[in-house]
Design a protein around this ligand. Structure first.
Ligand code: FCB
Length: 486
């Protein structure tokens, strides 16, 4: 049967999993412009804050450069052929703002739009539905230099760029994601300094939350005004947050961290208000408490779907500890009264992230409990894992741990949202694997390989891994099932 190339041991669980994929459920892969495109000066693209950050010594592991990345810009047909071979339904990619509007305001660069126009047409010709993320962290440098998301004006500039993208691409994109993980921009970029633009403002970074959310609200308005054909949503990172012990201080600080990581994004979007911090933590959140009703109305416009990126749960402990964060070591952690603790009970990925699929179901339950009828249908817009893998390969590498990771997370997603599951009342529309091919993993450079396809960064040769053939077999098994007579 269809399970060629996939390890035989996975065949039965694969058939079981295929049977759990409900009709119409979307299987996809996700990627981001800056991590794969390269060609940073081609076709009139302007520099981004990430270009500038990565050029500073000591910011990126091993001094790796994003200049070439996967050279996807010049290899679109080859990469779409891979996706077609993989058999996915949808591809989530991001539009590069500095490619489309090099200065971040004013003139639109037709060549930038042409690139995405061709990409979308080629996807459609290959039978793959396009999901476009409008912002995956590559702020045009002139805007970053005037404060980036710490500056309220950036939200308005973002909406202008979105209007231009919507006008040109709005007839063919199936889903629009306004922002990818605003929490990562605030936390890693402005609070801890481990991502671009490298600022370490800690809680003083919180205005960047509000400005990104305003950008989201204005973008939703711009997309609706342009009459785009596709559905509109946003993607947030969500991590269940747990206190390290039952001690009061651990519990209090875990509540605070849950606000910073999850709720200051999802509450205003879905409920139209910022969450109330515990009294002792109120001074940290004062900038958000000042948000006007008008702003909150804009931020909480109805969405067609809500995107969730799930990677790991987080454990918070009072007091100083290791300065490790999921995105890298952050010296600024020495200035906060808590640290992130390990989960010794779980295996870890190459990044050191705990492998905890059951927390995906728990997370979906928590989201539904908190937001009830205000929770739109969901997509898991990213889920995946990096593992140490060789730089050069001669054939499909046996990445069994990735297959295991994906099988367990997808199983959890399906089982928890099926009748009788812990999140049975959540409408889950699809699941996107992060990511198609190994790529530039931000501050980790090329050292964290998340791909279903191995990339040799010397030759740029793409070699599918066993996990690629596993997902292909899953997709085929499902299609064979749907073709069976009832
Ligand atoms: C997510 C990001 C994505 C990638 C994965 C591993 O937080 O959205 O770009 O870096 O993590």
């Amino acid at each position: 049967m269809a399970v060629q190339n996939a390890d035989a041991a996975y065949a039965s669980s694969l058939r079981d999993l295929a049977a759990r994929l409900r009709p119409g459920f979307t299987l996809g892969v996700a990627a981001a412009a800056f991590q794969i495109e390269g060609a940073l000066a081609a076709g009139g693209r302007g520099p981004s804050g990430w270009d500038a950050f990565a050029a500073k010594p000591g910011t990126i592991a091993n001094g790796h450069s994003p200049a070439v990345a996967c050279d996807h810009y010049n290899r679109v047909p080859e990469d779409i052929a891979l996706m077609q071979e993989l058999g996915i339904d949808s591809y989530r990619f991001s539009l590069s703002w500095p490619r489309i509007q090099p200065d971040g305001r004013g003139a639109v660069n037709a060549q930038g739009l042409d690139f995405y126009d061709r990409l979308i047409d080629q996807l459609l010709a290959a039978g793959i539905s396009p999901m476009a993320t409008l912002y995956h962290w590559d702020t045009p440098l002139p805007l970053e230099d005037s404060g980036g998301w710490m500056n309220r004006a950036t939200a308005g500039h973002f909406a202008d760029y979105v209007a231009a993208a919507a006008k040109r691409l709005g007839d063919r994109v199936a889903q629009w994601v306004t922002l990818n993980e605003p929490v990562s921009v605030t936390l890693n970029g402005y609070a801890l300094g481990v991502h671009a633009p490298g600022r370490d403002l800690l809680f003083d970074a919180l205005p960047s939350v509000h400005h990104q959310l305003l950008g989201h609200g204005l973008a939703v308005q711009a997309l609706r005004a342009a009459g785009v054909a596709g559905a509109i949503g946003i993607t947030n990172l969500h991590s269940p947050v747990r206190p390290a012990t039952r001690k009061l201080t651990d519990r209090l600080l875990a509540r605070v961290f849950d606000l910073v990581l999850n709720r200051v994004y999802s509450d205003p979007i879905l409920l139209g208000r910022y969450p109330k911090p515990p009294a002792a933590a109120r001074p940290w959140f004062r900038s958000l408490a000042k948000a006007s009703d008008d702003d909150l109305r804009l931020i909480s416009q109805p969405l067609d779907f809500y995107g969730v990126n799930y990677y790991y749960p987080v454990k918070v402990a009072a007091g100083q500890g290791p300065a490790d964060t999921p995105a890298g070591t952050a010296e600024a952690m020495a200035r906060v009264p808590f640290h992130l603790a390990a989960f010794p009970e779980y295996a870890t990925t190459g990044f050191g992230w705990p492998v905890a699929p059951e927390h995906l179901g728990i997370l979906l339950r928590e989201l539904k409990d908190r937001y009830g009828a205000a929770l739109p249908p969901l997509y898991i817009t990213e889920s995946g894992a990096s593992f140490p893998e060789p730089e050069h390969v001669t054939g499909p590498i046996a990445d069994g741990r990735r297959i295991d990771y994906l099988a367990h997370h997808l199983h959890q997603a399906m089982v928890s949202t099926a009748p009788g599951g812990i999140a049975h009342d959540v409408e889950l529309l699809g699941y996107y694997v992060w990511t198609l091919m190994d790529n530039f993993e931000w501050a980790a450079g090329y050292s964290q390989r998340f791909g279903l396809v191995h990339v040799d960064f010397d030759t740029l040769k793409r070699t599918p891994k066993k996990s690629f053939y596993w997902l292909q077999a899953l997709s085929r098994a499902r299609k064979a099932r749907t073709a069976e007579p009832a």
